[in-house]
Design a protein around this ligand. Structure first.
Ligand code: NI
Length: 386
């Protein structure tokens, strides 16, 4: 078979694989069928699957020189609880669940890379571990992989995410913080209910709730230095259930996004100070629950430049990006490993997590090729520097 028709065949296979995943999306840590499909596709090509205590997700390995360095490539495999409205022919058949973040695209891309690397296995200067990570949307999938110890000997890790704001063929990244640290908070206001006609006999939690919302908006505008960035979003408030009763409690939920460790540590402290002040003023109890998610993706400058250089050599268009306030649990790998994360143009009109989100299939195969080259070149670089 000629090179071109082999290439076309692989491209078609990867697109078909993606469409199948897209039709049958599964939520975080429930990716049972997805995991079976990935394993079957790897086994078809006799790619080694590592035996790890993971309920879902797969780590595979392609090895050339056994005593050479080890690097890792990571994709994610889970979907979101969103009702799909994209109108694509391969729309979700699992109603209420959708690959609205393009993790189906990432999975097929990495499968393509595994296939291409397997074809050149003998030429590899070391080992490439291919991580098909579960539960990224939960914010804790990466931790489940790290805990298995499968990355303990890894020298450098690369990850990717599609980006519909970039054109197909563009590869973007940046030194240091690329995505935001993601934290979730809950605030439980315990006050005192009363007849709506006699508010002075109670401690109205709705008035307290309004203070909380207002004062929190002053944190970013009045406490964070103009050279820093942060987002405080309140996304859910609940209080009361009728028109003539003042309720006894109220609930507030939201998220904080930050890019530096200092600002990330400062905001919950500031929350506490504000809430203690409001609680005292209104003679009520306010409880803050803080749920830390992934930190900011912190790209190693040298390996980021390397990843962008390889993109250029592969005929793709490297681009330096501004930080984005979305979260990405790839950051957990970077707590103990050197790594670089890149955004891959998927050229859609709709944002990630949008019910009409689409990723362009044409970007899959070139990205597989790109990650193949990145792995080969990274192993060469590591071998040369020993
Ligand atoms: Ni995603």
């Amino acid at each position: 078979m000629s090179q071109t028709s082999e290439t076309q065949l692989l491209e078609q296979q990867l697109i078909a694989f993606r469409h199948d995943l897209h039709r049958h999306p599964e939520l975080s840590f429930e990716e049972v069928e997805t995991t079976k499909k990935i394993k079957a596709a790897l086994e078809e090509k006799k790619i080694k699957i590592l035996n790890l205590p993971l309920k879902t997700g797969v780590v595979a390995e392609v090895s050339g020189k056994e005593d050479g360095p080890v690097i890792a490539l990571r994709s994610d495999i889970d979907a979101l609880p969103i009702h799909e409205q994209s109108g694509v022919a391969f729309t979700s058949e699992n109603d209420g669940v959708m690959h609205a973040c393009g993790h189906d695209f990432h999975t097929s891309t990495l499968l393509g890379t595994a296939y291409l690397l397997k074809d050149h296995e003998d030429e590899l200067q070391g080992t490439v571990r291919l991580i098909f990570q579960p539960g990224e949307e939960s914010g804790h999938g990466a931790e489940s992989v790290v805990k298995t110890g499968v990355l303990d000997d890894v020298k450098v890790i690369f990850g990717l995410h599609n980006d519909p704001t970039l054109k197909v063929g563009e590869i973007g990244s940046r030194h240091h913080a690329l995505t935001a640290g993601v934290d979730r908070f809950e605030i439980h206001i315990n006050a005192k209910g009363a007849h709506a006609a006699r508010p002075y006999e109670g401690k109205d939690p709705i008035v307290i709730l309004a203070q909380v919302i207002n004062v929190f908006q002053s944190i970013v505008s009045r406490n964070i230095a103009s050279t820093e960035n942060a987002v405080v979003s309140i996304t859910q408030v609940h209080a009361g259930n009728t028109w003539n009763v003042i309720p006894a409690s109220a609930f507030v939920e939201g998220t904080v996004r930050t890019f530096s460790k200092d600002v990330r540590a400062y905001i919950p402290e500031r929350f506490r100070t504000i809430l203690n002040g409001i609680a005292e003023t209104f003679e009520s109890e306010i409880e803050l629950k803080w749920f830390p998610g992934p930190p900011s993706v912190e790209n190693d400058p040298e390996w980021t430049d390397f990843a962008l250089d390889v993109a250029g050599k592969e005929g793709l268009t490297p681009k330096l990006l501004e930080p984005t306030s979305i979260g990405e649990d790839f950051a957990f790998y970077q707590e103990s490993l050197i790594g670089a994360f890149v955004m891959v143009g998927s050229g859609g009109p709709y944002a990630l997590h949008h019910p009409k989100f689409r990723a362009d299939d044409h970007a899959i195969y070139p990205t597989s090729r790109y990650f193949e080259s990145l792995a080969i070149e990274a192993l060469k670089k590591l071998t040369a520097s020993v």
